[in-house]
Each structure stands twice: as C-alpha cells, then as structure tokens.
Design a protein around this ligand. Structure first.
Ligand SMILES: [Zn+2]
Ligand SMILES: [Zn+2]
Length: 218
C-alpha cells in the first residue's frame, strides 16, 4: 500500500490565549463526520467553561468534527491541557486551562482512536473547505427552536465508523496516537475534573435560562 492517495491538508488550531496551538491534518475527501450535538451534556460543557456564546449556535448546538485522533496534533502548550467529565462518565471534554477555549471530546482511552474536535474556534470558511459542509444533527429534542427539517445523524453509520476505526487501530498503533493522551501509557495528559452534583445542577439551571433566552430572541 502506498501513501500517495490524497494530499494532506491542514487546518490550524489556536486557543484564544495562544498557549495551545495545533492542527488538523485531513485528506481530500475528508474521512470524518461533521455533527451538531444538541445534548444537555454538550450544553453543560459550554456553560461550565463560560463559553456558551462561542460554542453554542442559535439552536444550542455544538459543532464538532468526529475524526481519527491521529490526524490532530498539538505542537505547543500540551501542559495547558485540562479536561472535565460533566457526568462522571468516561467522556472527557478538553479545553485550555488558561483561557477555557474548548478543544475536543474523547473517550477516556485511546482504544477507540477517535475524537470529536470542537469547531467553534476554527475559521468557518477554512473549516467548510477542508471538512466539507455536510452536517448531521444529534440529540435534537434538547435543542432550541425549529429543527424539524435538519438532517439527523444515522446512528448505525456512526457506530460502524467507530467500529472500523477501533479495529484498524488495534492492528496499527500509529492510529491510536492522540495529542491528548500519553503515547506510552495511554493515559489522558490531564487529570479529569469531576463536577460535584450541586455544580452540575447549577450549570443545568444556567443552561435552562440560556435556552429560554435563545427561544425568546429567535
Ligand atoms: Zn488558551
Ligand atoms: Zn452532545
């Protein structure tokens, strides 16, 4: 097998304070999926960071790109990485410890070899050019406003992608690489913050108010 298939294209990432810098290296056509997730946990993450205006669209959706973790690199500021679990479960939500720019969501192990890159910090035009414009929606009932006509994500298709990635990564350790995990130990580069139940409750109240305001101003 040769590696001449498609030229790699680059989408640069920088957090708001500039401490963390990295890039997405994608092929043409892109192999990931653009999703908009309207779920309460993604909204809770935005409110936890105080970045709801940056992260959430008019329908309280978070735009992400589900991709191979090895195609995202961080070349500066790995010591500034922080992560939180908003449910206490295995989903880690990554951000810059200093400026709270969201970065990505991952599982707590590199076994699945994928990450959901949060697109709010990227240039929109470049994002569309490199990752394609086709977007699918997830968790529509938790969104705000009219979402009846949007394209919904096909769950069996998503699971199939995940399965294929996991199997490929089992035979090719290069694919398990992630800039958010230690290559040798496979452990996350930051200790996950766990929200206290009272903290999560307060965030959910804030999210409720934010949804009401979004619905009102539409
Ligand atoms: Zn930063
Ligand atoms: Zn979500």
């Amino acid at each position: 097998m040769t590696s001449t298939a498609n030229p790699s294209q680059v989408l640069e990432f920088q957090c708001q304070c500039g401490a963390i810098q990295g890039a997405v290296h994608e092929t043409a056509p892109p192999t990931g999926r653009r999703l908009v997730c309207h779920c309460n946990d993604c909204q809770a993450f935005a409110h936890y960071l105080g970045k709801e205006k940056l992260m959430l669209d008019d329908h309280a959706g978070t735009h992400v790109y589900q991709m191979d973790s090895s195609k995202f690199t961080i070349n500066k500021g790995q010591d500034q990485l922080a992560c939180v679990t908003v449910t206490g479960g295995p989903l880690l939500r990554w951000y810059c410890a200093t400026c709270k720019t969201p970065i990505a969501n991952t599982l707590s192990s590199t076994r699945f070899a994928f990450l959901s890159l949060i697109l709010s910090g990227f240039d929109r035009g470049k994002t569309d050019a490199l990752l394609g414009r086709e977007v699918e929606h997830v968790a529509i009932p938790s969104g705000v406003g009219e979402l009846g006509k949007v394209r919904t994500a096909n769950m069996p298709g998503m699971l199939w992608n995940l399965l294929v990635r996991t199997i490929k990564a089992r035979f090719n350790p290069e694919l398990k690489k992630s800039p958010l995990f230690d290559d040798t130990t496979g452990k996350p580069l930051a200790v996950p913050v766990k929200l206290e139940p009272a903290e999560r409750l307060a965030i959910d109240e804030k999210a409720d108010i934010y949804r009401e305001v979004l619905a009102e101003i539409k």
